[in-house]
Design a binder for this molecule. Structure first.
Ligand code: HEC
Length: 289
């Protein structure tokens, strides 16, 4: 392989790898950014949901309970879980890419039923009672989501009025939700998990696109640089060397001795050309003698 090809191949490998690394690093950075953003959005939404819920439970519900007869139960007015679910159902209609679920092993309201991934989360909270929350990424219908989950425990006997023995449950509740599911829970049991979902799908696609564009630009620059190098090597290294080697060969055979060395450069090859030129002149002098 000639000096020029060797040089170009080495440069192509080094810069090609560097371009690839830049592409990969850009992808990793973008994904990391997307995750950080999704995380902060998830935490924000969660905090708002819980704050809304707390205000309702502490300040609104006691007043509501005063207004109604003791044995009546209107879920929309009297259940924090219904309030939270109903509010979020409206919220997510206007804003795609978000979801929230009170994912429950055995719920009164069937859409609250935990899917297999959510069941795993509830099981994990059951196995680790000290765990306050848990986050990660999850695939749902081929879309990647960041999720943040917190356990829901049956905190005291109060919950059992509606989730314990069916016989104790308000008749309004039985009328709406039936008697099949959502009962016989036990105090202290982790029965469900709040899970907030934030889609990172779009951000992942954008990250891939950016990385590919960067890689293409890098490759384009690399191609231009390699062509430049090729031309430079041709003009300043390979051609002068070829002509010097022809000249040296000529001198050694005693051919064309009157013709001076044509290469004039201000570098190492120029120095070699000067040396060969001196050799030629010495040869001419010796032969004349
Ligand atoms: C006065 C009755 C009542 C009480 C007391 C009550 N709940 Fe509920 N709970 C309901 C109803 C009704 C729903 C159905 C929510 C819906 O329609 O989304 C529900 C829903 C839930 C859900 C969502 C899963 C499901 O069953 O649909 C969880 C989890 C839950 N409750 C936990 C609790 C906990 C924990 C307590 C005690 C702190 C509690 N509940 C106290 C009536 C009650």
């Amino acid at each position: 392989m000639g000096i020029r090809s060797r040089f170009i191949v080495i440069m192509a490998i080094i810069f090609g790898l560097a371009t690839l690394m830049i592409g990969i690093a850009s992808y990793k950075f973008s994904v990391q950014n997307a995750m950080t953003e999704a995380k902060s959005k998830g935490h924000l939404i969660f905090s708002y949901i819980l704050a809304n819920r707390e205000f309702y439970v502490k300040h609104q519900r006691p007043l509501i309970m005063e207004v109604f007869e003791k044995d009546r139960f209107y879920p929309e007015l009297m259940s924090g879980f219904v309030l939270t679910r109903g509010t979020f159902d409206i919220f997510k209609k206007n804003l795609v890419g978000y979801d929230f679920k009170q994912a429950t092993v055995d719920p009164l309201y069937p859409p609250n039923k935990a899917n297999s991934q959510e069941l795993e989360l509830v099981d994990m909270f059951r196995a680790n009672p000290a765990l306050k929350d848990y986050e990660g990424t999850m695939e749902r219908n081929g879309e990647t989501f960041f999720y943040l989950a917190k356990p829901i425990k049956v905190e005291g006997k109060g919950c059992l009025r509606c989730h314990g023995d069916v016989a104790d449950a308000p008749k309004d509740q039985i009328e709406i939700y039936g008697t099949e599911n959502g009962y016989n829970w036990k105090v202290g049991d982790t029965v469900a998990a709040y899970v907030v979902y934030v889609s990172v799908q779009e951000a992942l696609v954008a990250a891939k696109k950016t990385a590919i564009v960067l890689y293409m630009i890098g490759s384009g620059c690399l191609l231009v640089a390699l062509i430049g190098l090729w031309v430079f090597m041709d003009r300043f290294v390979v051609n002068p060397l070829v002509s010097l080697s022809v000249k040296a060969e000529d001198i050694s055979m005693g051919r064309n001795l009157e013709e001076p060395v044509g290469v004039k450069q201000n570098d190492e090859i120029g120095a070699l050309a000067n040396a060969i030129e001196r050799l030629r002149m010495s040869m001419v002098r010796i032969l004349k003698r």
